[in-house]
Design a protein around this ligand. Structure first.
Ligand code: FCB
Length: 446
């Protein structure tokens, strides 16, 4: 059986974070408010009322955090750029101090020998754009392309590859359908125009980036979907869920068409959002790499009550993370093989842009995290041996950080953060990852 040490020569080792989850400094140097500032301030939205106002104070402590990355031996670091730092109202005037922060960050990473991999949008939409309808408004896609041009004009000389969006599925469903994330809308399936406008934003920005000679990726949260039983009803429910979670966000980009969502009662034009020519705008620029964020598989049954045409069923008899997510590493291998089955030659090289788990703070050492990462990396090695082109692995996350609606309660970091003092303490998983990266380099250099 191949294992993680068999991952190919040149495989990129990385770690990932996102702006609102680590930066803090939300009112400094001209940053405008984002939907997350406004949402988190509303009582009852986030566990214990936590906000990202300070988070890991990375805005000030980035040199210390880059030293931690360098000591790990990372090839690459995935972070996100806060749109409201660069354009406080989303469109309109540029905030030079905001751009200057990312300029310093990029230079410091390059000095440490680490390739920056920025994401342009990781859920922190400028509140001014939300006030105009947010992702329900088609104009937001065009504002995003303008923002992409501004950022890449400044950083594109030093940053070769970019991720447009992070997990448009999660942002659409939690942010616009269920309201558990910012901006807190509860539109259920009528949230789907927000999905289309994000994909359109991806396509428009991808053209901007390609015009500048830059590589483009999209990071999707994908999950293998299994029916709870082999009954026709469960199979149909699983298929409907797969179309919504996976295919809706990948088919338009790789195949130039939307999947059939009629089982969900969704009209073909996604409630009028899709205009003629849009699918070309989304697919034509092409994708240089697919970013895959993987956490767990999903088990689906036919609904027991009227409402959505699926029920979520737990996967028993497997470990669960502190967040309650089932741990099934081989599901990652199966997912990769099914992507090849579905997309064939149109499937670009894959980079794992997130994978990791939250561990209860009192678990010392954090052996569950080491077990999680090693088993998922072994699954990647197995998929590679079966011919899947996987270029790198960015673990979620470098630091404990602000876990959205869970506030500071879920700890995903290789490095423990004491949020009262901002003290960083590398965990056992940090040393394990550092040693793995070093050993892999030595073995593959032979
Ligand atoms: C993903 C998000 C990331 C983080 C992890 C745990 O869905 O992209 O920001 O919250 O989950």
């Amino acid at each position: 059986m191949p294992d993680r040490y068999d991952l190919p020569t040149g495989f990129r080792w990385g770690a990932a974070t996102a702006a609102y989850q680590i930066e803090g400094a939300v009112t400094e140097d001209g940053r405008g408010p984002s939907v997350w500032d406004v949402f988190a301030a509303r009582p009852g939205t986030v566990r214990d009322g936590h906000t990202g106002a300070v988070a890991c104070d990375h805005y000030h402590r980035y040199p210390e955090d880059i030293a931690l990355m360098k000591n790990l031996g990372l090839d690459g670091y995935r972070f996100s750029i806060a749109w409201p730092r660069v354009l406080p109202t989303g469109s309109g005037p540029v905030n030079p101090a905001g751009l200057a922060f990312y300029d310093r960050l990029v230079d410091a990473l390059l000095d440490a020998g680490i390739t920056p991999l920025p994401t342009l949008f990781h859920w922190d939409l400028p509140q001014a754009l939300e006030d105009g309808g947010g992702w329900l408004n088609r104009d937001t896609a065009h504002h995003f392309a303008d923002y992409a041009a501004i950022v890449t004009d400044r950083l594109g000389d030093r940053v070769p590859a970019w991720i447009t969006l992070n997990e448009p599925f999660v942002h659409t469903v939690f942010g616009y359908a269920l309201g558990t994330h910012a901006p807190g809308r509860t539109l259920m399936l009528e949230a789907l125009p927000a999905a289309h406008h994000q994909l359109l934003a991806h396509g428009l920005a991808a053209s901007v980036l390609h015009d500048r000679g830059l590589e483009v990726m999209l990071s999707n949260n994908l999950t293998p979907v299994e029916p709870a039983t082999s009954s026709d009803a469960d199979l149909a429910a699983a298929q409907a869920y797969d179309a919504l979670h996976n295919r809706l966000f990948t088919d338009p980009v790789l195949l130039g068409r939307y999947p059939d969502l009629s089982a969900l009662g969704v009209p073909d034009d996604l409630y009028g959002a899709i205009h003629p020519g849009d699918t070309d705008l989304i697919a034509a620029p092409g994708l240089d790499g697919l970013g895959l964020n993987f956490y767990n598989p999903t088990r689906i049954a036919a609904p027991t009550e009227p409402g959505l045409p699926f029920d979520f069923v737990d996967i028993p008899d497997v470990p669960h993370t502190a967040f309650g997510w089932p741990v099934v590493p081989d599901a990652l291998r199966q997912l990769l093989l099914s992507l090849r089955d579905t997309y064939g030659k149109t499937l670009p090289p894959i980079t794992i842009t997130e994978n990791g788990c939250s561990v209860t703070e009192s678990t010392t050492p954090d052996q569950p995290r080491i077990d999680f990462m090693s088993a998922h990396l072994d699954a990647l090695a197995a998929a590679t041996a079966e011919g899947i082109d996987i270029r790198g692995y960015y673990t979620w996350s470098l630091l404990d950080n602000y876990e959205w609606a869970e506030g500071y309660h879920q700890r995903f970091g290789l490095v423990h953060v004491d949020f009262a003092t901002q003290r960083r303490t590398p965990r056992a998983s940090y040393a394990w990852y550092r040693d793995l990266i070093a050993a892999h380099r030595v073995l593959r250099a032979r």
